[in-house]
Design a protein around this ligand. Structure first.
Ligand code: TYD
Length: 154
């Protein structure tokens, strides 16, 4: 089995978080977007979850992850993802189901401006694990400033 080694320090900046265009199978009766592990996205999918029924003005996110990689897709409606690596910030608007934002480990994210009926779909590289979260912004900055060549292996 081949091994993928990921350098967390190099990966955790907003310039490695890109919007990727996914396949779209057009049909007059409706479109399909298939997403495959390690083909459409650079990690094996271990978990899928979706966020919906966000009340008007609702804000989600407000955390970073040590190891988790994610592809965030607006399966329906739209919202903004504010990504922050401790040095730079960027706002990415997602509003089409065949585009996703790849978020590397070590990125603080805030999810804002949800349209009514928005569905935020997440394809994630790891099972849910609370110990992978950084929920305090100062702790996030300390982690980013103190981090040395950590790697994760698949
Ligand atoms: P959280 O990831 O903080 O939500 P968001 O980023 O959308 O604001 O998760 C909110 C709560 O849901 C938290 O208590 C943990 C729980 N949760 C799970 O149990 N499993 C999951 O896969 C996720 C994503 C969250």
């Amino acid at each position: 089995m081949s091994e993928i080694l990921i350098n967390l320090e190099k990966m955790g900046n907003i310039y490695n978080c890109s919007v990727v265009e996914l396949d779209k199978i057009h049909n007059r009766a409706g479109n399909i977007t298939p997403v495959s592990s390690l083909v459409s996205i650079p990690f094996p999918i271990k978990r899928v979850y979706y966020l919906y029924d966000v009340p008007g003005g609702g804000v989600r996110g407000g955390h970073a992850h040590y190891e988790l990689q994610q592809l965030i897709v607006a399966a329906s409606g739209s919202f903004d993802v504010i990504i922050d690596d401790g040095r730079n910030k960027k706002i990415v608007t997602l509003n089409r189901p065949n585009y996703g934002l790849f978020v590397t480990p070590g990125i603080w994210r805030d999810l804002v401006n949800f349209s009514s009926g928005a569905v935020l779909l997440v394809l994630a590289s790891l099972p849910y694990e609370e110990s992978d979260y950084i929920r305090d912004y100062q702790e996030f900055l300390s982690y980013k400033n103190g981090k040395k060549n950590n790697t994760i292996k698949y």
